[in-house]
Design a binder for this molecule. Sequence first.
Ligand code: FMN
Length: 363
Amino acid sequence: MSSAPSLFEPVQLGAILAPNRILMAPLTRCRAYPGNVPGPLNAEYYRQRASAGLIVSEATSVSPRGFGYPNTPGIFTAEQVAGWKLVTDAVHAAGGRMLLQLWHVGRISHPSYQPNGEAPVAPSAIAPHGKIFTGTEMADYTVPRALGIGEIPGIIAEYVHGARLAKEAGFDGVEVHNANGYLLDQFLRDGTNQRTDAYGGSAKNRARLTLEVTEAVAGVWGAERVGIRFSPGGVFNDMRDSNPLETFGHVLRELDRMNLAYAHVTRVTAQDLAHGAKDGVNPRELRPSYRGRIVSAGGFTRESAERALAEGWADAIAFGTSFLANPDLPERLRRNAPLNVADSATFYASGPKGYTDYPTMAG
Ligand SMILES: Cc1cc2nc3c(=O)[nH]c(=O)nc-3n(C[C@H](O)[C@H](O)[C@H](O)COP(=O)(O)O)c2cc1C
């Protein structure tokens, strides 16, 4: 007899009781309405997926300077709060729970997305390699402007404002987006942070903004309703770190003292390997640094998710593409039913196709 927790058993994530351990991973879908405002179509999409143990929303910008993709939602205006309220009401009416993922893209932007066509902001003036879709064309990334140390309190204040508005919008909590090469990840890893002030240099200094933002957001919500996401093995958005075990081990040990709802730590995926990830650190190796709940994500199946729970390095698993394509994913996994295949051509398209029209087993 194994005593391993089942994917279909509840798990307490801070103040949130998830009725199963199959979470919906945050998924950018580029279908917000004008003004970066969620609307009825988005509410329907999330409502369909309310059987998740917990939904983490698509990345949502806390700042007009935090955008780098077309038609993504924000959380800094009253209209955005009203739009998100439609979503949280629909999810709650369907019996679900939902966190908002707080986002700032930092250098993964372009002057065409920025107020007054200014340069995007970042820890250091280092342009990412590659190209960005501006909404009309593919363009080279530009060199970002390094934030002055006097601007850091303003960045933290934007996260706090987003966290407050998320509360008004009826969420059950928030997830700080520290993954995938966006602003906080840019500060944390030494490939993108070459600052010489208190926010650069040692792992301790590079983790400072992450810890200050998380603490400030926990001041709004209570730590037990705040999660945080990392991608320690990810190279997406031209990311690297010279010692990921030290960098991520340090930040997780510091966060462990805060008693957050969970740390969400993605594992190295086949896609990361295809993009050149060689020696990224995995949640399994980071488990000794964090005693709280760990959520993992990255190419999981029912079998590999159950193995991760049995091996004790994850307490719940977030599913991305399979939740995108299967609104009733928990029930399908429970029955070992076949899964709909996700259509990548409609990941970032517009309208209901490939968004709200994936069938359930019953449908
Ligand atoms: C279409 C798409 C959009 C995504 N958007 C986000 C996002 O907004 N925030 C985030 O942290 N990760 C995002 N991710 C990463 C997923 O949350 C997840 O970690 C990844 O897809 C691996 O899990 P999977 O193999 O189950 O899909 C996105 C992935 C996809 C495919």
